[in-house]
Design a binder for this molecule. Structure first.
Ligand SMILES: Nc1ncnc2c1ncn2[C@@H]1O[C@H](COP(=O)(O)OP(=O)(O)O)[C@@H](O)[C@H]1O
Ligand SMILES: [Mg+2]
Length: 332
């Protein structure tokens, strides 16, 4: 799989220098995404990890231009099929959303309309993008429910969201996202609200669908265990910036950035709550309104030294494409 990906030269999605800010009280600016670069190849699962509040969701919403005031994208490019999505007209980006790039979220129940059956909701998504009859759309909805392994789809298709468990609702969301055979699925903490067994089943389903449809994924998670299991490449985000990017094996066997090392040390805690998982780091995550100067991790870094008052760039450190933003790896 990885060799296949490496041979393709043009990434499917390329994010360059993306910055997204929010204007908050007292006219201050919160820099949620502070200049990130990221490239996703066809069929690849790319993980985006980092603790809560570091900008993962804002980054992914920015890709689809789903940021609304007081938020705004202040810089960067998002290249898709040679087009900069940030420059497209509203009508044009709408055609890409859902059809070429789909998205699923943490809270599937909240994303479904309680007043309509799941069959009606899937069928209406299909009809939004495809010119087919209601009857055909319903047939297609049934087929998609089978695809995501909902048991007894003929009867489930008439259920309302409240009649389904969280895991089943997430399957419905996945079915909807598959309806137009997107080339990229953005999955923002898709299993964070589910218990561990159901979480594993949903992750397995996503892996299987990637294999079958060659669909690339941007998988967002605060859980290193989840990304370890799923991803080909991983970007680690801290306070709005990517501090390390590596293939998954390299990241786990030889994490370079002190932040990545801290995240990985937090993994073996049984049933880690988000708080426990990050308690190894000293201090709280600084506010994105007041990002430390120099290396933004220096206020919490166990290896901080004098060089860290300057901001390190994300630089390549080996032959495998590992990139790190840390002065410990400064070249001569
Ligand atoms: N609508 C908003 N208004 C103001 N600040 C926001 C808004 N949405 C997100 N933020 C801020 O942007 C930063 C990144 O948030 P988010 O992308 O949700 O983090 P993550 O998904 O990594 O947990 C946080 O500091 C958050 O408080
Ligand atoms: Mg989030």
């Amino acid at each position: 799989m990885k060799d296949e990906i490496n041979r393709k030269s043009q990434p499917l999605l390329t994010i360059k220098g993306l910055k997204t800010e929010f204007r908050v009280q007292d006219n201050k600016v919160l820099r949620a995404v502070d200049g990130i670069d990221l490239a996703i190849n066809s069929g690849e699962i790319h993980g985006l990890v980092g603790e809560s509040g570091c900008g993962k969701t804002v980054a992914s919403l920015s890709v689809l231009r789903l940021i609304s005031p007081p938020g705004y994208i202040s810089a960067g490019e998002v290249l898709w099929n040679g087009n900069n999505l940030l420059r497209l007209k509203k009508g044009e980006i709408r055609k890409i959303r859902g059809k070429e790039i789909a998205m699923i979220f943490q809270n599937p129940q909240g994303s479904l309309n309680p007043l309509y059956t799941i069959g009606e909701q899937i069928a209406s998504i299909i009809r939004l993008h495809k010119n087919i009859s209601k009857r055909e759309a319903r047939e297609e909805a049934l087929r998609l429910l089978q695809e995501v392994k909902i048991p007894d789809p003929e009867s489930r298709v008439n259920d309302y969201p409240h009649q389904l468990s969280g895991g089943m609702c997430q399957r419905v969301m996945i079915a909807m996202s598959l309806s137009c055979q997107p080339k990229l699925l953005i999955a923002d903490e898709p299993t964070a609200a589910l218990d561990v067994t159901i979480q594993a089943q949903i992750l397995d389903l996503l892996l299987e669908l990637r294999g079958r449809f060659q669909m690339a994924m941007l998988l967002i998670s605060h859980d290193m265990g989840v990304v370890a299991r799923m991803c080909d490449r991983i970007s680690v985000m801290y306070l709005g910036k990517i501090v390390e990017e590596s293939d998954a094996e390299g990241l786990y066997s030889n994490p370079k950035h002190p932040y990545t090392q801290a995240l990985l040390k937090a993994v073996p805690i049984p049933n880690p709550s988000e708080k426990a998982a990050f308690s190894l780091l000293k201090g709280d995550l600084p506010s994105s309104i007041d990002i430390p100067s120099g290396c933004r991790f220096r206020t919490r870094c166990p290896k901080v030294f004098d060089r860290c008052i300057h901001e390190p760039e994300l630089e390549s450190v080996d032959q495998n494409g590992t990139m790190v933003a840390c002065w410990l790896y400064e070249k001569e």
